[in-house]
Write a protein that binds this ligand. Structure first.
Ligand code: ATP
Ligand code: MG
Length: 479
């Protein structure tokens, strides 16, 4: 090999890459350039020999000190034309002969090429022509990925589809810093990084112990019509989710304080340790959270003081954002103590409801199956749309839950039909029947699921919760 070429490789020879290996890397370049005449392996813009060496070969080879040599398998996600999988496989011939490199690639033609090169250079690779997103329980040492998918998708893939892995090596380009900082909002991980040897704006990440941070989802249970089952739904969804180990915070945002008493706490206590204390600026959220007697279920109580808030804050132009600001501060400090925050809204489209709409990720609308039910809903949908456009673009409708359903009453099935025709799959399959046990439970300060777990009302709230969770899992896996 001539000295000019050797000079190129000087960047990686201190990573234990031998001269013989560099020769093989040169053979790989020739094979890539030859194949590139038939199929698109690398961009035509960079297919000069020197450019390929610098941009692809050395760029790929520089990660070799991050490969876990205590393992016997290394996995390359979306190998494409061989970067970095083939390069690492070539280097491993000298560094660790028993290291097998699994090359995942969906394209048939690229797989043919990967196999040709592997055979010619006697590489310890396995070319796997499968969609890695459809595989589960994968085991490997190092995972590496270059120009394959965005970082959050790779992190999700590693967490969900891999049973075992040691570390993940990622190539980060010129926007990499922002992408990485955004990822750190969502993920907990250990990492080391090094500057790219081939590009001043790029860096390489070696990531371990990846865990998704809990994202507390804020859901408001809302309908400006009174007595439709909002509070009953909050209490029982909260209860069923907490029984499944989810951590729940209920915020009672209604001066009536029904969620407060329904969960066994007092709504007559005179104190600022309530949602009113938070919204009048005296308290922060973490100061007023109270434990209920139910595991995993905490509460911010309410009392009648809250009814004065609208008048008291009349001079404050930003008052619609008070709750959101408090919640954001809390979410930033608490690093995901809760899985869900459920807000019980009052029966109006007042300031309190607007605060809930501005603060929430999504909305759950209980709809009583009675005559005027849908009329009220049109007005609610208009309000939601207005808030979405002006104040909270990410707001979504989680779903519509039909409540107080009476099978003997034709009207119930008519309202159901109309709701399903109009709102389609936004309407949950589960329907909550009219059941006297549901109305008895609050006076005992317990969810009906505790009061009488076998009554039809309890069964319906359990099956609604199952439907809710499977909806959440779908949303989670599509993200
Ligand atoms: P508000 O608008 O006043 O806050 P809400 O929408 O929160 O009311 P709930 O308090 O949940 O409605 O329910 C109103 C009344 O109906 C309560 O007494 C409750 O116990 C009862 N109730 C709720 N759901 C059912 C049901 N499926 N079957 C029988 N009674 C029910
Ligand atoms: Mg209520």
């Amino acid at each position: 090999m001539d000295n000019v070429i050797l000079d190129y490789y000087s960047k990686i020879t201190n990573l234990n890459v031998s001269r013989e290996t560099c020769n093989e890397l040169e053979s790989l370049i020739s094979m890539i350039l030859e194949k590139n005449k038939q199929i698109n392996i690398i961009s035509k813009k960079t297919c000069e020999k020197d450019a390929v060496r610098e941009r692809h070969i050395i760029d790929s080879a520089q990660i070799v000190d991050f490969v876990d040599l205590n393992s016997d398998t290394t996995t390359d996600l979306g190998t494409g034309g061989g970067m970095p999988g083939l390069i690492v496989a070539i280097i491993m011939k000298k560094l660790k002969k028993s290291m097998k490199i699994n090359l995942y690639e969906k394209s048939y033609h690229k797989c043919v090429f990967l196999k040709e090169v592997s055979k010619k250079l006697k590489l310890n690779t396995e070319v796997i022509q499968k969609d890695i997103f459809k595989l589960n329980n994968i085991e490997t040492g190092t995972v590496m990925s270059r120009a394959f998918k965005p970082m959050p998708i790779i992190l999700n893939l590693v967490c969900q589809n891999f049973k075992k892995y040691k570390n993940v090596i990622l190539f980060m380009g010129d926007k990499g810093r922002k992408i990485f900082n955004d990822a750190l909002q969502e993920w907990e991980l250990d990492y080391e990084e090094k500057k790219s040897l081939t590009n001043n704006d790029s860096f390489i990440l070696n990531i371990k112990n990846i865990k998704k941070k809990k994202l507390m989802k804020i859901i408001s249970i809302i309908n400006q019509k009174g007595g439709v089952g909002k509070t009953t739904t909050v209490i029982n969804l909260a209860s069923a989710l907490s029984q499944q180990g989810k951590k729940i915070l209920v915020i009672d945002l209604d001066p009536q304080g029904n969620a407060t008493t329904g969960l066994g706490l007092s709504n007559t206590e005179q104190s600022d340790q309530t949602i009113y204390g938070i919204l009048n600026g005296t308290m922060s959220i973490s100061n007023v959270i109270k434990k209920t007697k139910f595991e995993n279920l905490d509460l911010i109580t309410s009392n009648v003081d809250l009814s004065g808030l609208e008048v008291e804050t009349a001079g404050d132009n930003d008052r619609a954002f008070i709750l959101k600001a408090k919640l954001t501060a809390y979410l930033n400090d608490s690093r995901g103590i809760y899985d869900y925050i459920l807000i019980d809204c009052p029966p109006s489209l007042s300031l309190l409801t607007v605060m809930a709409l501005v603060s929430s990720n999504s909305l759950l609308v209980p709809l009583q199956t009675e005559f005027f039910a849908l009329e009220g809903l049109t007005q609610l949908m208009k309000t939601i749309e207005r808030i979405k456009v002006n104040l909270n673009p990410q707001l979504e409708i989680q779903g519509i839950l039909l409540t107080m359903y009476d099978r003997r009453n034709k009207l119930s099935s008519q309202v159901e039909q109309e709701a399903r025709d109009y709102f389609k799959d936004k309407v949950y399959q589960t329907v909550i029947p009219r059941n006297v046990r549901l109305s008895e439970a609050p006076s005992h300060g317990v969810p009906v699921l505790i009061y009488d777990k076998n009554c039809p009302g309890s069964k319906s709230y359990y099956s609604f919760t199952d439907e809710f969770i499977s909806q959440e899992n779908k949303i989670g896996s599509a993200a």
